[in-house]
Write a protein that binds this ligand. Structure first.
Ligand SMILES: [Zn+2]
Length: 62
């Protein structure tokens, strides 16, 4: 089994990911892809697609 994020061998503790970092990256992708960014009130469709953030950098501790 390999990590779907970076393709390295998966760690049993973080499977199917290789590390906590890749698990966070996947979670970030899922969150930002599931609905709009909560700090932005713009509608998800019809608005400009220029205000996206890279999902790998979103690590809010809530
Ligand atoms: Zn990985």
């Amino acid at each position: 089994m390999t990590c779907p994020i970076c393709g390295r061998p998966a760690d049993p503790r973080y499977r199917p990911f290789c590390s906590r970092r890749c698990a966070d990256v996947d979670l970030g992708r899922w969150l930002t892809g599931g609905y709009a960014v909560p700090t932005d009130e713009a509608p998800p469709d019809g608005g400009p697609a220029s205000d996206r953030e890279p999902p790998a950098q979103r690590r809010d501790g809530r």
